[in-house]
Ligand binder design. Structure first.
Ligand code: ZN
Length: 251
């Protein structure tokens, strides 16, 4: 029997039956086996987790990672509007970086002229909204306005979005955290991508590529034959935000 879960939908904010939202989308390599490790355990055993041959004896789950965070209507809306752009880009990126594991190559260039930058950006914001509690958007309501209106370019300058490539280390869940260096940060990592949402930080985060300008995607950019983007690939062995040290680099 399918279990029914009621709660507040992160997007429409109504109390409804919630559906399982795959974060990232199922079509973007998120349907396999996975293990959930409580973060307290992860911190306590960090040294073990950082060993390449260490196997955590936990429950293995099937069917992809996600949360009961959206109602069926909002979940379907995302699927119809934005997921395909994310899927296209993630498949291109995965095919390229999967051949580069542990290589010295750190920076990759992609042509994303056939991807709708605006919808791609909205999908990323939707991931952050889905990954956090319903209260998150009480403080940041403009994020909801931006994803609810499919064609809106309005995303205030207090929000900056960055991305990188990833195929080594731990996934990161996109939840809100506060850092000394950058203030409010949400970081989400799931191969082949990592994303960073930075709020109220006027300084650019240098290690990662800023894609905030994807919000200005328009008819002119749509017609360009080439739209290059450069992305760095980073490992995520450490659970701290924007900590991209290699395994052999000391703490
Ligand atoms: Zn909803």
């Amino acid at each position: 029997m399918k279990k029914k879960i009621k709660g507040i939908c992160r997007i429409c904010k109504e109390e409804k039956e919630l559906s399982f939202e795959h974060i990232p989308p199922r079509s973007s390599f998120n349907k396999g086996r996975w293990q959930s490790i409580p973060s307290s355990k992860y911190y306590q055993n960090l040294e073990n987790f950082l060993k390449e041959d260490f196997k955590y004896k936990g429950k293995i789950k099937q069917g992809g990672i996600g949360e009961y965070s959206l109602c069926i209507e909002c979940n379907n809306q995302l699927g119809a509007n934005y997921v395909n752009e994310y899927k296209k880009f993630s498949h291109i990126a995965m095919s390229i970086i999967s051949e580069e594991k542990h290589s010295k190559v750190k920076c990759f260039q992609f042509d994303i002229s056939d991807i709708n930058h605006l919808y791609f950006l909205k999908q990323i914001i939707a991931i952050f909204v889905s990954a956090n509690s319903p209260e998150f958007t009480e403080s940041y309501p403009e994020l909801l306005d931006f994803i609810k209106d499919k064609e809106s370019n309005l995303l205030p300058n207090r929000y900056r979005i960055y991305m990188y490539l990833n195929n080594e280390g731990q996934i990161k869940n996109g939840k809100f955290s506060f850092t000394n260096k950058h203030g409010v940060i949400c970081e989400f990592t799931y191969p082949p991508f990592g994303f960073v949402l930075s709020i109220d930080n006027p300084n650019r985060i240098m290690e990662v590529s800023e894609i905030t300008n994807f919000k200005y995607y328009n008819e002119y950019i749509k017609k360009l034959e080439k739209a290059p983007i450069m992305l760095n690939k980073y490992p995520t062995y450490y659970p701290f935000p924007l900590d991209f040290r290699e395994l052999n680099e000391s703490m």
